[in-house]
Design a protein around this ligand. Structure first.
Ligand code: BGC
Length: 348
């Protein structure tokens, strides 16, 4: 962690500001400056992609929340290209941003971008996905191991007699979250695999989380092992969508349990149609609002509070991990609809 900001974990002081408090024009030097045109914090938001619906929601909510707090946001998406994302970060730095918020395509590769920000004295928030091997100021996400555990638990509980043959679709290998989802899934499945109750007939990583790659995984599983499959443990809604396309081609959609994550509109509709079994609802609103509030505080060199830490291979990064909830057709109204994540009408 950078000693640039005062960070507090619960009541525990993690580090004390040693750097200089930046006196911005309009500041009295005794407290945070009131935002004026000259003092509006400039936030750089670098996204891996806007491919999935969730990232558009994240961006829109983050920008709205930050603007409400008086900040200006420069946002850019790299279309799953590491070279481009590093260039994005470098150009945000040269545009003079006060703080960077990054959703990395490749958590390890982005350490370079963070090093450049460190050199320029710009604090960095790792948003949803952890940047590894880097000196970060804050990591904001969900309990991603729990996401995987919920997916696997749900699937196993729905399999007749808790037994069956399944296909596993992991996310992108370059995404630290994909590993955490797998870890959570493994914690539930491993004992059942050892007992012989669950048989994994096919498993693979879906490059860049792409739907078409997930479809290919299910196509390959059926070609190699036939149609005797009871479940597809897909790691998110995008890959679930790809899996369901393959199942539709084989006349199996609706007969095979399929998991997901993100509570995307299309996924919620598939759940109500009976093609997908569950999703994991992650209240992005909370994540984006917290990130915006923290980014503005960091830009103003104010104190921020985290409630835990996560090891990123370089340091214990101050972190806030939000809770999540498994959603199926039975609780969709009291979760995503009640929260206004989707309207009841849009789900028809
Ligand atoms: C996120 C998921 C998302 C996936 C693909 C993961 O890092 O946690 O919500 O579906 O990336 O973009």
């Amino acid at each position: 962690m950078n000693p640039r900001l005062l960070l507090v974990t619960g009541s525990l002081v993690l580090s004390v500001l040693i750097g200089t408090v930046i006196a911005r024009s309009g500041s009295t030097g005794t407290g945070p400056a009131r935002p004026t045109a000259a003092t509006r914090p400039l936030i750089g938001l670098s996204l891996d992609t806007l491919k999935e619906e969730r990232w558009q929601k994240d961006r829109d909510r983050f920008v709205a929340a930050a603007e409400k707090l008086g900040a200006i946001v420069l946002d850019v998406a790299a279309n799953s290209d590491d070279t481009r994302q590093i260039q994005d970060v470098e150009s945000l730095i040269s545009n003079g941003v006060d703080v960077l918020v990054i959703v990395p395509h490749d958590g390890a590769a982005m350490a370079r971008g963070v090093a450049a920000a460190n050199k320029a004295g710009i604090p960095v928030i790792s948003y949803d996905r952890l940047i590894t091997g880097a000196d970060l100021d804050l990591y904001l996400s969900f309990d991603n191991v729990k996401v995987g555990a919920l997916q696997a638990r749900y699937l196993v509980d729905k399999l007749p007699g808790g037994k069956g043959r399944i296909v596993r679709i992991y996310g992108s290998k370059t995404d630290n979250n994909a590993k955490l989802f797998k870890e959570g899934q493994d914690s539930v499945l491993q004992p059942l695999i050892e007992k012989g109750d669950i048989q994994v007939v096919f498993e693979d990583w879906a490059l860049d989380w792409k739907m078409e790659n997930a479809k290919k995984i299910v196509n390959a599983a059926i070609t190699a092992h036939g149609k005797d499959i009871q479940g597809v443990l897909a790691s998110n809604d995008g890959t679930a969508g790809g899996a369901i396309q393959a199942l539709l081609e084989e006349g199996l959609a609706g007969q095979v349990l399929v998991t997901g994550q993100d509570a995307e509109l299309a996924a919620c509709q598939r759940i109500l149609r009976g093609q997908q079994t569950m999703t994991v609802y992650k209240p992005l609103q909370r994540l984006a609002d917290t990130a915006a509030a923290m980014a503005v505080k960091m830009a103003r060199r104010e104190v921020i509070v985290a409630n835990g830490t996560v090891d990123n291979g370089f340091e214990q990064v101050p972190s806030v991990l939000n809770d999540i909830i498994a959603v199926d057709r039975d609780n969709m109204m009291e979760t995503v609809v009640k929260d206004g994540f989707h309207s009841a009408d849009s789900l028809q």
